[in-house]
Write a protein that binds this ligand. Structure first.
Ligand SMILES: *[C@@H]1O[C@H](CO)[C@@H](O)[C@H](O)[C@H]1NC(C)=O
Ligand SMILES: *[C@@H]1O[C@H](CO)[C@@H](O)[C@H](O)[C@H]1NC(C)=O
Ligand SMILES: *[C@@H]1O[C@H](CO)[C@@H](O)[C@H](O)[C@H]1NC(C)=O
Ligand SMILES: *[C@@H]1O[C@H](CO)[C@@H](O)[C@H](O)[C@H]1NC(C)=O
Ligand SMILES: *[C@@H]1O[C@H](CO)[C@@H](O)[C@H](O)[C@H]1NC(C)=O
Ligand SMILES: *[C@@H]1O[C@H](CO)[C@@H](O)[C@H](O)[C@H]1NC(C)=O
Ligand SMILES: *[C@@H]1O[C@H](CO)[C@@H](O)[C@H](O)[C@H]1NC(C)=O
Length: 405
């Protein structure tokens, strides 16, 4: 029985092990390359090239530190369409369509005047030090399709009027300090493809309205303070590929509907307070088709990522330290830090009674899984473990640590 298994090992691992038996892949395409479609041709009469220029200058005035001197070109000598980071349109050559200020170590706030850039389609302010709130009224930017404010220090709440930007396809506000709820209004964005709110302090429940966003491919809500249950209606998201809900305080059971999402390639629910029984037919996942050789590599990465909660793209891995090396070194040195400390801690506290044995068991269980991950990601494809063997070994681990049916 699954219920007795929960006493032996943290429920998070049970979920992981079971889910790992399904064919999952971790390929997250570069959303920056998303095809941008043409926007509605509504033209608020009071905005023109003069307001574009003054909005940009106002924006510049709110940047207090520009260490790379990106704003040096933003002066009267040059027309604003030739200022760095500013792109004007082809059909409207004197209107700003894109503002890309990513990774420039800028310090500042984002003024509401930004929304006066009414022809803006793409804005990327990611990886800077913008602080303070996100302007609450972005409705002026009715053509906006791409909004990336990730990796800043923005606080306050997600603007609920964001649904006035009907063409939004990409919203990335991850890695900030945003609080408040996920606005219900997000559910009325008809073209939303990618929603990333990871690593903030967002509270409340996952709004039911999100289930109405039939275009949603990526829903990434990891590392917030979301509570309540996982809405069963998310099972309606027929094109959902990646669902990350880990690191919240979600409770209740995993809606069976989720396992029916045939498009789902990657699910992460670890580090929550989910409990109860998993659908019986989950085990049938083992019979799902996983065949090609190349998949083993992605699968191995996935195993290591899930059990370390680190990503191959984490900053720590930039200097030649790959996730694989990190795991390999960690295992050979017997370092517990390789593993997600929170997961281990949860496991240990799950039941005081079993404390010592539980800890050792968890450690052994995770080590075994990570070893499989390493064997799947050998540089030489010939040296990689056969997917059939992977499945068998995971199954053995599951039986050993979580008991048989
Ligand atoms: C902004 O520029 C960076 C680097 O040049 C690029 O990777 C990114 O895709 C651009 N963002 C947008 C929205 O075009
Ligand atoms: C404006 O910027 C351009 C390009 O950086 C520079 O050559 C020019 O000297 C600047 N003009 C003034 C008045 O600062
Ligand atoms: C702004 O628009 C006006 C009127 O359409 C036009 O005469 C002017 O040349 C434009 N300015 C720039 C910098 O494109
Ligand atoms: C631009 O936006 C600000 C703040 O939203 C507003 O007060 C101002 O009137 C706008 N300016 C123009 C010229 O539209
Ligand atoms: C989903 O959309 C339908 C149809 O537009 C609407 O009636 C319903 O209230 C929406 N559900 C939520 C939870 O927003
Ligand atoms: C968010 O990210 C920061 C830095 O990347 C990290 O220190 C912090 O622990 C993360 N917060 C949560 C809740 O995961
Ligand atoms: C999942 O899909 C199968 C086949 O379409 C269906 O019989 C089953 O009722 C579905 N289960 C849930 C929980 O939606």
């Amino acid at each position: 029985m699954f219920s007795s298994a929960f006493l032996l090992c943290p429920s998070t691992y049970t979920i992981l092990i079971l889910r790992l038996l399904l064919p999952l892949f971790i390929i997250i395409p570069h959303h920056h390359h998303l095809q941008v479609t043409s926007a509605p041709a509504v033209l608020p009469p009071k905005h023109n090239n003069v307001t574009d220029r003054s909005s940009l200058l106002y924006f510049k005035s709110k940047v207090s530190l520009d260490p790379h001197g990106i704003f040096a070109t933003w002066n009267d000598t040059l027309p604003f369409c030739r200022w760095s980071a500013v792109v004007c349109g082809r059909r409207h050559p004197d209107r700003v369509v894109s503002l890309n200020l990513t990774s420039l170590d800028l310090v500042g706030t984002i003024p509401p005047h930004l929304a006066n850039l009414t022809f803006l389609r793409r804005i990327d302010l990611s990886s800077n030090h913008f602080h303070g709130p996100i302007p609450q009224d972005l409705s002026g930017m009715s053509r906006l399709q791409y909004l990336d404010l990730s990796s800043n220090s923005l606080s306050g709440v997600i603007p609920s009027k964001i649904n006035h930007c009907l063409g939004l396809q990409i919203i990335d506000m991850s890695y900030n300090m945003l609080g408040g709820n996920i606005p219900t209004e997000l559910g009325s964005l008809p073209s939303l493809y990618f929603l990333d709110l990871r690593n903030n302090s967002i509270i409340g429940q996952i709004p039911l309205s999100l289930a109405n966003v039939s275009s949603l491919n990526y829903l990434l809500l990891t590392d917030n303070r979301l509570s309540g249950g996982i809405p069963p209606s998310l099972g309606k998201l027929s094109v959902l590929k990646v669902l990350h809900l880990g690191g919240n305080i979600l409770e209740g059971s995993i809606p069976p509907y989720l396992w029916n999402l045939s498009s789902l390639e990657y699910l992460s629910l670890s580090n929550n307070q989910l409990q109860g029984s998993l659908p019986q037919d989950l085990e049938c996942g083992m019979t799902y088709k996983v065949s090609t050789h190349g998949d083993v590599y992605s699968y191995g990465i996935l195993l290591m990522e899930l059990f370390t909660r680190k990503r191959p793209t984490d900053g720590a891995f930039k200097e030649g330290l790959t996730l694989r090396t990190f795991v390999k070194d960690g295992l050979s040195e017997g370092l517990i830090s390789t593993m997600d400390e929170c997961l281990l801690a949860n496991g240990v506290q799950a039941n005081d009674h079993y404390q010592t044995t539980n800890h050792a068991k968890t450690f052994e269980c995770v080590s075994l899984v990570l070893r499989i991950g390493i064997q799947c990601t050998n540089d030489l494809p010939m040296e990689r473990m056969e997917i059939k063997k992977v499945r068998n070994e995971l199954n053995d681990i599951k039986n050993k640590f979580f008991g048989r049916e």
